[in-house]
Design a protein around this ligand. Structure first.
Ligand code: HEC
Ligand code: HEC
Length: 263
């Protein structure tokens, strides 16, 4: 069907975990990080869809919100009077075809907010490479629609994506140890309120120091799944578990001290 669209550079879905261990990285906490996809030969739509499906149900963290049907729209089944996401995607924004809409939903989630929902969806380009994002688009298109992701999309993502992928997939932030800056660079504010800034997916940072000790804050950052903040059970699994491998010890301690002092 859509096979010929996708005679692409090719794919090795073998995958490599893309951690560059910084010289003084924190001891590793076992965590699930999206597997990197590298395209080096022919890739079939089936392979793309499979990779996207795996991300969707696993390390991509999508089901933490989209699996519930309350906090976020159903994607794999009908939503209200509209069909599954691959069938309704082209009707969302005038002038945007399905593929454009889906890609935008992932990398610029605030651009169009589905009626009846809050703008809490995190920007996928912060944690995923261009190829991973396109594989998700292919998977979502396959849910009731036609897969139209093309070689050009993937090539463009590869070319422009080197920086994006490096910045995205499990890379460290800059070398700064300024905690407020780190919190912005790492997009903690995509989910935590800090003063007037940020979204409230997780608990606000203001006053966090009066609720949690420095040790508890450190533990919550290194292994978010170990203890879930009361009242946020529905969002268990949403916080990325890989900050331990992205921060140097000095950066982690700067953030911990900064948060512990917000009483
Ligand atoms: C923190 C919760 C959360 C997470 C995690 C999340 N989303 Fe969403 N998503 C939402 C909400 C809420 C909406 C509806 C509001 C909006 O449009 O932004 C949405 C909207 C969408 C839409 C548009 C749906 C439509 O009917 O038009 C798509 C597509 C989507 N998400 C895909 C994903 C994928 C793929 C992932 C995983 C990489 C993901 N989301 C992760 C909360 C989330
Ligand atoms: C994609 C959303 C998301 C991002 C990004 C995120 N968090 Fe979270 N965080 C959450 C959610 C949801 C919770 C509550 C559920 C839980 O405890 O796992 C949480 C919990 C926490 C807690 C425990 C709070 C409490 O009151 O128990 C701390 C501390 C924390 N996050 C710090 C951070 C820091 C620091 C960053 C950036 C380096 C960050 N988070 C990035 C979603 C996120």
């Amino acid at each position: 069907m859509w096979g010929t669209n996708l005679r692409i550079l090719g794919v090795v879905l073998g995958t490599v975990a893309v951690y560059t261990l910084l010289a003084n990285a924190i001891p590793q906490v076992e965590s699930e990080v999206p597997e990197e996809l590298s395209f080096t030969g022919d890739v079939s739509p089936e392979q793309l869809i499979e990779a996207g499906e795996e991300l969707f149900n696993g390390a991509g963290g999508c089901t933490a919100c989209h699996g519930l049907g309350t906090r976020a729209p159903n994607l794999l089944t009908a939503q209200g009077s509209a069909g599954p996401i691959g069938a309704r995607c082209a009707q969302r924004v005038e002038g945007e075809d399905c593929k454009t809409y889906l890609h935008r939903s992932l990398v610029e989630p605030g651009a169009y907010v589905v009626e009846g929902f809050q703008p809490i969806m995190p920007d996928a380009s912060r944690t995923m490479s261009g190829a991973q994002i396109w594989s998700l688009v292919a998977f979502l298109e396959s849910q009731g629609g036609e897969v139209t992701v093309t070689a050009a999309d993937l090539q463009a993502a590869d070319a422009g994506g080197e920086a994006g992928a490096a910045a995205g997939a499990a890379a460290g932030p800059s070398a700064t140890t300024d905690p407020a800056e780190l919190i912005r660079e790492l997009q903690c504010v995509a989910c935590h309120k800090l003063g007037a800034e940020g979204q409230e997916v997780g608990p606000p940072f203001d006053g966090i120091g009066s609720r949690l000790s420095a040790e508890e804050i450190r533990a919550a950052i290194l292994d978010p799944a170990a203890s879930i903040a009361p009242g946020y059970e529905q969002f268990a699994g949403v916080m990325p578990p890989n900050f331990g491998s992205r921060l140097t010890a000095a950066q982690l301690e700067a953030i911990v001290a900064f948060l512990a002092a917000r009483k």
